[in-house]
Ligand binder design. Structure first.
Ligand code: PLP
Length: 397
């Protein structure tokens, strides 16, 4: 066997490969340029078109585009009426924004543990964490795989909780044949560049409820209204408006909307290529006892955003850090998703302690995110598999 690159050997590939990246083509650029040459560049007709497209794609009745996935989660929590001292249940195996949205409202994030095989929030653990203060569940479709929506919806309706699906990873995913976006009370998407489709930065909230939709629109734009039926004073003159709550400027520009709209046209292509890559990885890695692949529930037809490989450290003479560094030395620029949210110093300063969610904590110790993006070639995928095999051969007991 070759020496590991980290020990002065030849790396599996000469050029580095990143864990994720956007795919922008000339069509995307032309659509953005068209809007930049038009008189209206902020939130205008292109956003309205995009909202229509998102509804058509997901089957949701209403869509509200916003400036980021974080903004989407924040206004979803506001629309759900989350306030000071309320509790919001979420997973620790996520990006901090899934929990920060509760803090923004003065509420307390409560962490439920994950299923150790699918890595998604466990419905049983949600049940255990419900108290009289619980108002909502933020269920994250981690890596793009849909959470157990039927079970979680049932728990929410039994306990009068709002279900906010954090589908930042999951555009294109279906649950029991229905696209994610039309199932929870509100579904939040992120369109950051490493996601399957991008607006540069951007997000959206989808819902079937007119009442929630009206609130989302208000919170997106300062909670200022020109609709007389929403006003308090209803002054009759033209151009009169009222601020009726505390809102934000979370609007998306029309040139970002044009980019996302053009990207969405390629979603079927992006989705099927991601599925092909995941299949190649799963086939290769399921034959290696020193690693475990993420289990997929049959209800989820997943467009995977990130590929997580679990290293069974008991069978290896290396720490996760050493494996991570060895892969980087092979020019595989892997990553780790995620540090459990409550490990972050800010959460520790709020009084969260380690040990809350044992399944999430032990998963975190052993995972590495491998490259996954639309424009990866089969040769790239083969290189990643070869690098993982090489590192495992070197470190196996
Ligand atoms: C699960 C999850 N939720 C929310 C967000 C926040 O999205 P954004 O970066 O668009 O604000 C992210 C971003 O990566 C995410 O991964």
């Amino acid at each position: 066997m070759d020496k590991l690159a980290i020990n002065g050997g030849k790396p599996v590939r000469d050029t580095p490969i990143d864990y994720g990246k956007q795919y922008i083509d000339e069509d995307d650029i032309a659509k953005v340029a068209e809007i930049l040459r038009s008189p209206l560049i902020t939130t205008g007709p292109e956003n309205a078109k995009l909202e229509g497209k998102l509804c058509k794609l997901t089957g949701a009745k209403y869509a509200v585009t916003v400036s980021s996935g974080t903004a989407a989660l924040h206004i979803a929590c506001r629309a759900a009426g989350i306030e000071k001292d309320d509790e919001v249940i979420t997973t620790p195996m996520t990006f901090a924004a899934s929990a920060n949205c509760a803090l923004y409202c003065g509420a307390k994030p409560v962490f439920a543990d994950i299923n150790p095989e699918t890595y998604n929030i466990s419905p049983e653990s949600i049940r255990e964490k419900i108290t009289p203060c619980t108002k909502a569940v933020v269920a994250v479709d981690y890596t793009g795989q849909a959470v157990e929506l039927d079970e979680i919806k049932e728990i929410c309706s039994e306990n009068n909780l709002t279900l906010i699906e954090d589908a930042a990873h999951a555009i294109g995913t279906k649950y029991k044949g229905k696209p994610v976006g039309s199932i929870a009370d509100m579904t939040c998407f992120s369109f950051h560049p490493v996601k399957t489709v991008t607006a540069g930065e951007g997000g959206a909230v989808l819902t079937n409820s007119k009442e929630l939709y009206d609130k989302l629109l208000l919170f997106r734009s300062h909670a200022i209204t020109r609709d007389p039926s929403q006003m308090v004073n209803r002054a009759p003159y033209l151009l009169y408006y009222e601020q009726i709550d505390l809102g934000y400027n979370y609007r998306m520009t029309d040139f970002q909307a044009a980019l996302l709209s053009s990207q969405l046209d390629k979603l079927p292509l992006f989705s099927s290529r991601r599925k092909e890559i995941v299949k190649m990885y799963d086939e290769a890695f399921s034959k290696i006892p020193e690693v475990t692949v993420q289990k997929e529930i049959p209800e989820s037809d997943t467009t995977r955003h990130i590929y997580i490989l679990r290293f069974n450290l008991k069978m290896l003479k290396a720490s996760r850090r050493e494996i991570f560094d060895a892969l980087w030395a092979e020019n595989i620029h892997c990553n780790v998703h995620y540090i459990p949210v409550y490990y972050h110093p800010y959460y520790q300063s709020l009084g969260y302690v380690k040990g809350l969610c044992p399944n999430a904590e032990s998963l975190y110790e052993e995972i590495i995110t491998l490259p996954l993006y639309y424009s990866m070639t089969d040769y790239d995928v083969i290189d990643v598999i070869a690098a993982v095999r090489k590192v495992i051969e070197f470190y196996k007991m």
